[in-house]
Write a protein that binds this ligand. Structure first.
Ligand code: PHE
Length: 450
């Protein structure tokens, strides 16, 4: 089979990239940090960061990919052959991708496990006993077998999609799964909003409280913006190389950013009104999804199985399309770097990341000796993934695009070789040269020493 490495249409490219962007970050992180750091106040800052900074990084990554027609292994050298060291930035992106995917596989396995627990009714049997629900989660997440098995099943599904190629696999699956995901989300929103007392949840999410918007909140907003848009890991460089040459990169980026942000806000609308309506306290991360929400679903009585199954299916689909992009990022790197065929690269990369994923999962409790710097390996990687690698890799990429390569590459890609107008170019250049790097340096320094 000859591999055709471009998305077939603009719609397909957008669906694939939105699939990458919409993931666990939108569902279990965004709504919580939004409520915690001042609701509407946080939202305003988040929107500014996403549309001014995140979009500039995404557009820059697309430019590198589409201009060079390569992924991170070769793109950097292709654009500045006289300075071969810059290829290390590509490598940094792939290392970031690898660390995130190994951890993402663990979290994604949990979503699958909870979907099965929901649909078989074993989750609803726990009733509204908060202690039983929490201990169910800690037993599951620290178990050696159950969590590893789900992780491996999830990983194999991801690998199978990548093996089907860019058009049939990534694009085809995203075009089907993303509309399903939106449908599931809308069902959950309607259920949540029609519960009595739903407005309290909306108030938590949206009413602006600027006193809660601390400097910590600002950093959380920027970190969330980068993670949510999947930038700083080379993934968007790879997807950029698959975007048809006739597409308007700015428009594509705008669509992805709007969709990602809208879905994050809708996830908040699906979750918090229900949480407040049943009188629970909001929490973030795994605590929200695996301890608070099962209790909320079980409070719904006879419909609990339906809504918890829809929710965990929604979560698993969101995680799958993000994992696809991460695995594709590393696979395309391995193909280019070692000149491997796609099948060999995909299987090798999937097996290695799954192996590391299982080790991380075991370090959560089953094998407590798996530690680094007196933290479980899972927590260690979590720290590296949230404060160090993504902003560092995004910073290096921005310096490369804005200061190292010839600006002709940017103009040509943004105007499709003179066919489009790009009146925003001076603003893009200014933000990309000064403001984005400055913001990333602040995030990095505060993450490391703050
Ligand atoms: N954007 C995804 C999320 O919100 C995570 C992700 C990061 C996916 C980087 C791919 C690359 O969960």
């Amino acid at each position: 089979m000859t591999e055709n490495k471009t998305f077939t249409s603009n719609f397909g490219a957008i669906m694939a990239a939105v699939g990458s962007a919409v993931g666990l970050g939108n569902i279990w992180r965004f709504p919580y940090v939004c409520g915690k750091y001042g609701g509407g106040a946080f939202l305003i800052v988040y929107l500014i960061f996403v549309f001014l900074l995140g979009m500039v990084i995404m557009l820059s990554e697309f430019i590198i990919g589409r201009r060079s027609q390569h992924g991170p292994a070769l793109a950097f050298n292709h654009l500045v052959p006289q300075r071969p060291r810059w290829r290390l930035v590509g490598l940094l992106g792939i290392i970031t991708c690898f660390c995130i995917l190994s951890q993402y596989f663990v979290l994604s396995g949990w979503t699958l496990g909870y979907f099965v627990q929901s649909i078989t009714g074993s989750l609803s049997k726990l009733g509204t006993d908060a202690a039983a629900i929490s201990s169910n989660f800690s037993q599951f997440s620290t178990s050696a077998w159950a969590s590893s098995c789900y992780l491996v099943i999830f990983g194999i599904a991801t690998m199978a999609i990548i093996l089907c190629g860019v058009q049939k696999g990534i694009e085809g699956v995203s075009k089907v799964l993303m509309p399903i995901l939106i449908l599931l989300l809308l069902v959950l929103c309607v259920r949540s909003l029609t519960l009595p007392g739903a407005s309290k949840g909306l108030q938590y999410l949206f009413s602006p409280d600027f006193t809660k918007l601390t400097s910590e909140g600002l950093l959380a907003a920027l970190g969330q913006a980068l993670f949510s848009l999947s930038v700083g890991m080379g993934v968007m460089i790879v997807y950029g190389s698959y975007i048809p040459v006739s597409d308007n990169l700015m428009k594509t980026t705008l669509w992805i950013t709007i969709s990602d942000t809208l879905i994050a806000v809708l996830a908040g609308i699906a979750i918090f009104p229900a949480v407040f309506s049943y009188g629970f306290d909001p929490a973030g991360g795994p605590g929200l999804v695996y301890c608070v929400l099962p209790n909320v679903f079980n409070s719904m009585g006879s419909s609990s199985i339906i809504f918890s199954s829809i929710f965990f299916l929604f979560l698993a689909v969101a995680a799958l399309t993000s994992a696809i992009s991460l695995l594709e990022g590393i696979t395309s790197w391995a193909c280019e770097r070692f000149n491997w065929r796609r099948v060999r690269a995909t299987v090798t990369v999937a097996l290695i990341t799954l192996g590391v994923g299982v080790i991380l999962s075991l370090s959560n409790g089953a094998v407590p000796t798996l530690q680094l710097f007196s933290k479980s390996l899972f927590d260690f990687i979590d720290g590296v993934n949230s404060i160090l690698l993504p902003p560092l890799s995004a910073l290096a990429t921005m310096i490369f695009v804005m200061w190292i390569i010839d600006s002709r590459h940017l103009r040509d890609e943004l105007t499709n070789h003179g066919q489009l107008r790009a009146a925003y170019y001076p603003a893009f250049r200014f933000l990309g040269r000064y403001i984005v790097p400055l913001a990333l340096i602040i995030v990095l320094l505060t993450g490391l020493f703050g």
